[in-house]
Design a protein. Structure first.
Length: 279
């Protein structure tokens, strides 16, 4: 998330109530108050120096410049990248905050559908993504049946977005969020096939709007994200409810091909269906 675009952002330190302990080999462990050892960050001498330079007034650029002065024997590009890496890990572990960075890394609208807006998320939208995915009042909530629900916690979502492993698209009308679709990048898998990770619908939608939402996500993913995509797969439990029937109808109208139906795959009476979309 962090690069030269954030150089003018001020960095805030958040370790007042954190657990801090010096370890072997000149390293330090920091655990934010209320967190567990799993959320710990271990920093070396350079990391401690960066943290020392953070005084709640200095910008990212000023911290980089101070580090360059402190370590003149190290290449400037190396130091700059080290500072960006520290900021990423520090924010992830909640020991620092880079002011204004979220607004700089917001996503953008890709298509209007009547009075709806299809919006491709970026790193600055992480809190919104997590909020939508964890909304308990949904009309439909499906995920790839091979993907554990635990992979949609806050840390996993952040990591997948930063590593370009999963892209998220919102359907909005004004300030209201109607749904979200994610596509998992297939580059980490043997068959290289990208697949729909999540579809969450929060409010009642006409089937035509749902279809156009899916259609524009597929178009944008091929155009802006993974240009060598040959197909997109979706596999989910068919619960037979109205919204699921409309989803299946939308997939058919978009030329998705049904490649399998796995009877009792999850348990007795819980079937999984698999559709492929070919570009």
């Amino acid at each position: 998330m962090f690069d030269s675009k954030c150089k003018d952002c001020i960095v805030l330190k958040r370790i007042k109530n954190a657990f801090i302990r010096n370890e072997l080999k000149n390293s330090t462990i920091i655990i934010q108050n209320g967190k567990t050892y799993d959320d710990a960050i271990i920093i070396n001498e350079q990391g401690r120096q960066i943290l020392e330079f953070i005084d709640n007034r200095r910008t990212v650029k000023e911290i980089i410049d101070l580090m360059i002065q402190k370590y003149p024997e190290v290449g400037e590009n190396i130091i700059e990248n080290d500072v960006y890496s520290f900021l990423y890990e520090g924010e992830r572990r909640e020991i620092i905050k880079v002011k204004g960075v979220e607004e700089m890394y917001k996503g953008h609208s890709i298509k209007r559908i009547n009075d709806f807006d299809v919006y491709r998320c970026n790193e600055g939208d992480l809190k919104l993504i997590y909020k939508v995915l964890n909304n308990q009042e949904t009309i439909m909530d499906i995920k790839d049946y091979n993907t554990p629900e635990e992979l949609y916690n806050a840390i996993s979502i952040r990591a997948k977005v930063f590593m370009y492993m999963e892209d998220y698209y919102l359907l909005r009308r004004g300030e209201e969020i109607y749904g979200i679709i994610s596509i998992v990048n297939g580059k980490a898998y043997i068959n290289q096939t990208s697949f729909i990770g999540k579809i969450v619908i929060l409010k009642e939608l006409e089937q035509q709007i749902l279809k156009e939402f899916i259609c524009n996500v597929l178009i944008n993913y091929k155009k802006e994200v993974k240009k060598d995509s040959k197909k997109i797969r979706i596999s989910f439990e068919n619960k037979g409810q109205k919204m699921y029937k409309e989803l299946i109808q939308s997939l058919k109208e978009l030329s998705f091909v049904k490649v399998a139906e796995l009877k009792d795959e999850l348990t007795i009476g819980q079937d999984v269906i698999i559709y492929d979309y070919f570009y």
